[in-house]
Design a protein around this ligand. Structure first.
Ligand code: C2E
Ligand code: MG
Ligand code: MG
Ligand code: MG
Length: 282
């Protein structure tokens, strides 16, 4: 096969690689200055309960690059993790989220809502992360019970005994931990016993197969029943249809997130929606 492609294939491959490297290099440089240039924006996607009432939202980062336009976090987060820019960006996201929660605490319609923030394993294990988060909690005066941190199963692969201690001390302060993309990574169930997760997020790849694909249905049902037995709340992400919502509800799911309920919105728009306003003043 490689022979058949011959020289042209190799040349094309070289050019493609070269191109990717050049783009990455330029994005890397741009990422570091992105905060100073005000290129990042927080979006928020609603999370709803069993009566479709909004209980909170997930903060989803957006990056508007001067030349390239909007770049998806699926593209720039892995890059930021590689270069270490994730630390600076991650603190910024957390700080803005805490400030938002404090603002919301003065508004009766927004005060009960929680906000979930995605935290990369790399971020969480950085020795500065916990002290800086603690400072941020004090500095902003946020109610920690309104803050959720989403970690993925990649945290399980890290052999670092202080992870449990750090999670436990944050939990004791009221912060909730949610296990994102559940079922796609290192799903060693014993970790669920040792690490204090109060919420599991069923990965959207399983939700999307429901109710047509029997394997997806079986996996979703198993996650729901395991969550219930362990006393861990289960939220389904990526819910796009009423049929998916129905199936999940019928099997005991009480929390949902997905395009079926709401798209991610700029924070100001999210606030306006919650207040039942049209234009975004907040
Ligand atoms: P995630 O945390 O699993 O977030 C869910 C992703 O699914 C989001 O993509 C969201 O826009 C998308 N989504 C929500 N509902 C639906 C639906 O009904 N159908 C489909 N097809 N997709 C849906 P997004 O915003 O592009 O974020 C991608 C990933 O980037 C996130 O996955 C998260 O891992 C990461 N990410 C986003 N913001 C941050 C951040 O501030 N920090 C870190 N470390 N990672 C972030
Ligand atoms: Mg998430
Ligand atoms: Mg997810
Ligand atoms: Mg994901």
């Amino acid at each position: 096969q490689a022979k058949e492609g011959g020289r042209n294939t190799i040349r094309f491959f070289d050019i493609a690689v070269q191109y990717t490297i050049e783009i990455s290099a330029r994005l890397q440089v741009a990422l570091h200055g992105g905060i100073a240039r005000n290129e990042f924006q927080l979006f928020c996607q609603a999370q709803v309960g069993s009566d479709e009432e909004v209980t909170g939202g997930e903060i989803l980062l957006r990056w508007r690059h001067a030349d390239a336009g909007w770049i998806s976090p699926a593209q720039f987060i892995p890059l930021a993790e590689e270069t270490g820019a994730i630390h600076e960006i991650g603190y910024w996201v957390l700080l803005k989220t805490c400030e938002t929660l404090v603002e919301w605490s003065h508004d009766p319609q927004l005060a009960p809502l929680t906000l979930s923030v995605n935290v990369s394993a790399r971020q969480f294990i950085n020795p500065n992360f916990i002290p800086r988060l603690q400072q941020m909690l004090i500095f902003t005066g946020v109610n920690p019970a309104r803050l959720k941190l989403e970690l993925t199963e990649s945290i399980f692969a890290i052999k670092n005994t202080s992870i449990v201690d750090h999670m436990q001390s944050l939990c004791a302060q009221g912060i909730v931990f949610s296990l994102d993309d559940f079922g796609t990574g290192y799903s060693s169930l014993s970790y669920l016993k040792h690490l204090p997760f109060q919420q599991l997020k069923i990965d959207q790849s399983f939700v999307q197969g429901v109710p047509e694909d029997s394997d997806s249905c079986a996996i979703v049902q198993a996650i729901l029943s395991m969550g219930h037995s362990l006393g861990i709340e289960v939220i389904a992400e990526g819910v796009e249809t009423e049929a998916q919502h129905q199936f999940l509800s019928q099997h005991g799911c009480k929390a949902f997130q997905g395009f079926h309920f709401a798209r991610p919105l700029a924070l100001a728009e999210f606030c306006a929606m919650q207040r039942g306003e049209r234009s975004p003043p907040c």
